[in-house]
Ligand binder design. Structure first.
Ligand SMILES: [Fe+2]
Length: 491
């Protein structure tokens, strides 16, 4: 069957041009030296459509999930890339063409796949209790064998999950080994039901609490602190009637308030309390959050990138919002809630320049911390280059001390885009560790894995691993130590 050409949009051009090939390579060439403390696997999720879409317009986010793995041992680096063999991928492969329709809208699918699990599992590789799971927020995760990258199947905790979805952004308590994972549209498309699941360190689902969000928001991420689960809700909203009519699932509403829901992390869904905030805001990823005792009260801090409107062009188009990414006001900010005065809402304090894909060391999650890392687009470094879902790649890697405001940046120059960094802990507790990220060079259409000293990003890469082929941009990644990798449940 002749391939239909890809839609004429940035989602399918430049670095976003689909590749759709599974491959692997061993002992990749390294410029510099891999630090001896780095041993483990860097798993990455990316979206890459196997077939041109059946809808006229589509987004990068619709692409079939692929799982990539850099395996670093003894200073050597191996690489492998494979499709997540979802029910959706299987159905389309059997038909030899795309069957699923518009992003997040099952009512636009070919009738032959009605009721088939339509998640692409393309967003985050989750590692917990010795298992690797590839996740997206519109279904259950798929378990993947971390050694072979073969797909095992949909992961539902032995059928115990009631929620129809689990998100791509679980939160972990590094002290207890627990994973907290939420699912929105828990009862089906456009429902306001949200689930919060607690999974113990052995991988057992121990609770699942439901609550109602103020509206059906694209509830992508949340924050976990020592006592609280915190849910920022922004007005990018699904509507069932619009979806059934074949329209876009997600529309951003500038005239609808944002909210924050706070719930005791081991509490009941009925205990959630809602704080109302400004209209029209948007945000996707939270860097971290923690509680602080000050003057006899408890403050809850949430650090995240907040924008004045939705950053995704396909959502702005659907919403009639005319703004280019470069013109959208945004910043890394701290929202602070006084737990003794919830009626006061929250206050906002700027922390750093706008960006996204923020990370911290795992040991810092949910507790007082100093250092965060994220990617940003700095127009002074170079013009926007086509890369990933926003259409303008990140060209700068930032380290921020959120307590002092101190910033350090690695500017990649006008020809490069950086994917989300992952933090690699050092065996030396006095050492801040490293950041690993794939850096894409546009003039040569080539990809490299860069290793950077986390404490000194401006010094540049201490090692660059050259790949023989270009990679499609990553969504999220996760680092797994060699000991965890070798002790995996699946062998
Ligand atoms: Fe995300």
């Amino acid at each position: 069957m002749e391939k239909r050409k890809w839609p004429d949009s940035f989602d399918f051009q430049g670095f976003n041009e689909p590749i759709g090939e599974e491959w692997s390579a061993t002992d990749l060439p390294v410029e510099g030296e891999i630090p001896a403390g780095i041993e483990g696997a860097f798993f990455r999720a990316l979206a890459d459509p196997a077939f041109p879409p059946i809808v006229e317009k589509d987004t990068y986010l619709s692409g079939d999930g692929m799982v990539a793995r850099f395996l670093i041992r003894g200073g050597k680096v191996d690489f492998a890339l494979k499709y997540v063999d979802t029910k959706r991928h299987q159905a389309e492969a059997a038909a030899g063409r795309a069957l699923f329709g518009a992003y997040h809208n099952p009512y636009t699918d070919d009738p032959t796949v009605k009721g088939v699990d339509r998640t692409t599992a393309n967003t985050t590789p989750i590692w917990h209790a010795g298992r690797l799971m590839l996740s997206k927020e519109d279904g259950h995760s798929y378990e993947v064998n971390p050694h072979t990258l073969e797909t095992i199947g949909s992961f539902t905790y032995d059928g115990e999950l009631r929620t129809l979805t689990t998100s791509a952004h679980p939160r972990f308590d590094p002290a207890t080994g627990e994973m907290f994972i939420h699912g929105y549209e828990a009862a089906g498309p456009a429902t306001c039901d949200v689930a919060l699941c607690v999974v113990d360190k052995g991988g057992k689902l121990v609770s699942e609490e439901w609550f109602q969000a103020p509206y059906c928001a694209m509830l992508h991420d949340f924050v976990l602190t020592q006592n609280w689960a915190v849910f920022p809700v922004f007005p990018t909203i699904a509507d069932l009637d619009r979806m059934k009519a074949g329209g876009p699932a997600w529309v951003h509403h500038q005239d609808v308030p944002s909210w924050v829901g706070i719930m005791p992390r081991y509490g009941k869904g009925s205990e959630i309390q809602w704080l109302k905030g400004p209209n029209g805001l948007s945000g996707y990823h939270m860097m971290n959050g923690y509680e602080e005792e000050v003057d006899g009260t408890t403050l809850l801090h949430i650090d995240q990138n907040v924008m004045e409107t939705n950053i995704f062009p396909f959502i702005r188009d659907a919403s009639g919002i005319d703004a280019s990414p470069a013109d959208i006001r945004a910043a890394l900010v701290r929202w602070t809630i006084d737990l003794n005065d919830l009626d006061a809402g929250w206050t906002e304090k700027p922390l750093g320049p706008p960006g996204d894909m923020s990370r911290t060391a795992m040991k810092d999650q949910g507790r007082p911390y100093e250092i965060g890392y994220y990617a940003c687009y700095d127009p002074k470094v170079g013009p926007p280059l086509i890369h990933s879902v926003v259409g303008a790649g990140f060209n700068t890697l930032i380290r921020i001390n959120v307590q002092t405001g101190e910033l350090a940046a690695l500017a990649l120059g006008p020809d490069r885009s950086i994917n989300e960094p992952v933090h690699i802990a050092s065996p030396d507790p006095q050492h801040e560790g490293w950041l690993a990220a794939v850096v894409d060079t546009h003039s040569t259409m080539s990809s490299e894995l860069w290793i950077v000293e986390a404490g000194h990003p401006a010094r540049g890469a201490v090692a660059k691993v050259r790949l023989p082929r270009r990679l499609r941009p990553q969504i999220h990644g996760t680092w797994v130590s060699l000991a965890e990798f070798e002790n995996s449940v699946r062998k």
